[in-house]
Design a protein around this ligand. Structure first.
Ligand code: HEM
Length: 128
């Protein structure tokens, strides 16, 4: 009887170890945010400028007299493009994108919003 209990206990441990061993982490892509997906078209004035104004042009941050680039709606396009923060030849090397997916990501926590900014750069960073 004791031998049977030991056999079952051993089997139980082996099966248990086997099951946990084959557990695999499945990382699902963040909804609406696939940097490699074909870029969607966005309007700077309707989609991007309001997003940057709300998320970045907070008092003491990316506003006149504080941290460049100034991302207040009226001036954000010129600050970003003429300030060298956008690289349409190599969009992922854009300072704007690198900061948005780096030090500044906390200020735009929604991945789909960050993707909009990236797609705008990838479609030529138009003043549309
Ligand atoms: C999603 C919104 C934001 C974007 C896209 C953004 C973008 C940037 C960029 C492109 C730079 C680099 C500037 C350079 O290389 O010269 C930068 C730096 C900086 N930003 Fe932001 N930013 C955002 C939100 C904020 C907010 C809300 C604050 C204030 C709490 C802030 C404070 C700073 C500071 C202090 C720096 C300079 C130091 C550093 O590089 O860490 N930013 N940001």
């Amino acid at each position: 009887m004791k031998a049977i209990v030991i056999i079952f206990a051993t089997l139980f441990v082996i099966v248990g170890a086997g099951l946990t061993g084959c557990y695999k982490d499945v990382v699902l892509p963040v909804a609406g945010a696939d940097p490699n997906a074909p870029p969607k078209q966005y309007s700077f004035s309707k989609d991007i400028a309001p997003l940057l104004n709300t998320s970045c042009a907070k008092s003491g941050c990316h506003v006149a007299g504080a941290q460049a680039p100034d991302m207040e709606t009226a001036v954000s396009y010129n600050s970003l493009v003429n300030g060298g923060f956008v690289n349409t030849d190599f969009p992922s090397q854009s300072i704007l994108y690198q900061q948005l997916t780096g030090n500044m990501e906390e200020h735009m926590p929604n991945a789909a919003d960050r993707q909009k900014v990236y797609d705008w750069i990838r479609t030529g960073a138009l003043n549309n």
